[in-house]
Design a protein around this ligand. Structure first.
Ligand code: ATP
Ligand code: MG
Length: 292
């Protein structure tokens, strides 16, 4: 059965999500062509079919069963059909926030300042929900793009748009005043797909096993260093959640070589402690895959 079935994955054709989405799939050892003019393509060594589409359409494609899964910003999911889809993995990339921004010189005094004002956004549903939760009634003006020009064009008093570095806002004379919502790229399926036990769901399980190992690998580093042998116990105490480090004696009396895996976010703390313990020649390498 499974031999004839392919899991259908919708990814953004061109844009901020495209490259990283395909990078994760390639990191899973899945190979495919790279003709960006194609709308549809299948992997050579895994039962996976790609649909290359606009990111706005991905939630609806997955909801309607045109695709089984999709990679999309959480923002698009929450804007379009949050109740019909299920997040199967947070992929962590394409971090951004939905923020309110006002013209640079405006005396912004908190969210209440927006009461009765006109706010331009491409995310009226998310913004509407958040304003309602916070008890602010404003006029939401929908714009499908180029939201940042709305205040200068006299269409709105403020905007609510996606921000990552903030450069676009600055270039348009705007100031970010209120981050309201954060987003990353997520993999979605329609509600219930994960518990269907269908051939395609089985393929998704296989894919997720690989994706988890790729994502886990990205948050760890492999480090190697030389250490005075009498400090081995101290090092094993700072090794964190992984199994104890690998210790090999060096030819030089009283020294050992140590290898261990450390979490990316603890790396610099561990690095400083290792230096204090007399570690030398600390070599750090990325990890391609890491299973539990
Ligand atoms: P498409 O033509 O596919 O509709 P698009 O122009 O709507 O593309 P992109 O600008 O490529 O979309 O953004 C895709 C996603 O990338 C966003 O929905 C969001 O989740 C994420 N993203 C990350 N940083 C930013 C940012 N600074 N501005 C906009 N989106 C961002
Ligand atoms: Mg789009």
């Amino acid at each position: 059965m499974e031999g004839t079935e392919r899991l259908r994955l919708a990814v953004q054709k061109t844009g901020r999500l495209s490259e990283k989405s395909l990078e994760i799939i390639a990191g899973c050892g899945i190979s495919f062509g790279s003709d960006s003019r194609l709308l549809k393509e299948h992997a050579r060594n895994f039962p996976l079919e790609f649909l290359f589409v606009r990111d706005d359409d991905i939630p609806a494609y997955v909801r309607d069963g045109v695709a089984d899964i999709g990679i999309v910003g959480r923002n698009e999911l929450d804007e379009r059909c949050p109740d019909d889809l299920e997040i199967v993995r947070d992929l962590g990339f394409a971090q951004c926030r939905l923020s309110v921004a006002v013209p640079r010189d405006f005396p912004y005094g908190g969210l209440q300042w927006l009461a009765g004002k006109r706010i331009a956004t491409s995310y009226p549903n998310i913004l509407g929900r958040i304003l309602e939760e916070r008890g602010v009634t404003a006029k939401i003006c929908y714009l499908s793009g180029s939201v940042e020009i709305a205040p200068a064009a006299g269409i709105a008093d403020a905007i609510c748009d996606l921000v990552s570095s903030g450069t676009t806002l600055l270039m348009n004379g705007l100031r970010e005043v209120e981050p309201l919502y954060s987003s990353t790229a997520v993999m979605v399926s329609r509600q219930g797909f994960m518990s269907e036990a269908s051939p395609r769901q089985v393929i998704l399980e296989r894919l997720l096993l690989r994706i988890d190992s790729v994502i886990r690998a990205k948050s760890y580093k492999y480090i190697m260093f030389n250490l005075p042998a009498d400090h081995v116990t101290a090092v094993s105490k700072i090794a964190g959640g992984m199994k104890s480090p690998t210790v090999t004696p060096l030819l030089e009396e009283g020294w050992v070589s140590v290898q261990m895996v450390v979490a990316e976010d603890t790396f610099w703390d561990i690095f400083e402690k290792l230096r204090e313990l007399g570690a030398q020649g600390i070599l750090v390498t990325p990890i391609e895959k890491l299973t539990e």
